[in-house]
Design a protein. Structure first.
Length: 78
């Protein structure tokens, strides 16, 4: 009995964790993903950079500078 309760609790926790991860990985509507760190950010013109006709948005000036230094290191915009 105790074992089946543990399995049930563990399964419920795993489902909750996966569901939460899925929801938060999608970002809010209107947000875009920072190509350097992967965070979802609002489209802030002060933290943007255009490369080969595509505009990328960043969560910080540090990420923006890292991208500008070597844009081919990061995934291309989809």
């Amino acid at each position: 009995m105790k074992r089946s309760i543990r399995i049930l609790v563990f399964t419920a926790m795993a489902i909750l964790a996966v569901g939460t991860l899925f929801v938060y990985s999608q970002g809010k509507k209107g947000q875009v993903q920072d190509p350097v760190c992967g965070l979802w950010v609002d489209k802030n013109p002060d933290l943007s950079y255009t490369y080969k006709g595509d505009t990328y948005y960043f969560c910080s000036n540090r990420d923006k500078d890292l991208y500008k230094a070597n844009p081919s290191k990061y995934p291309a915009k989809k």
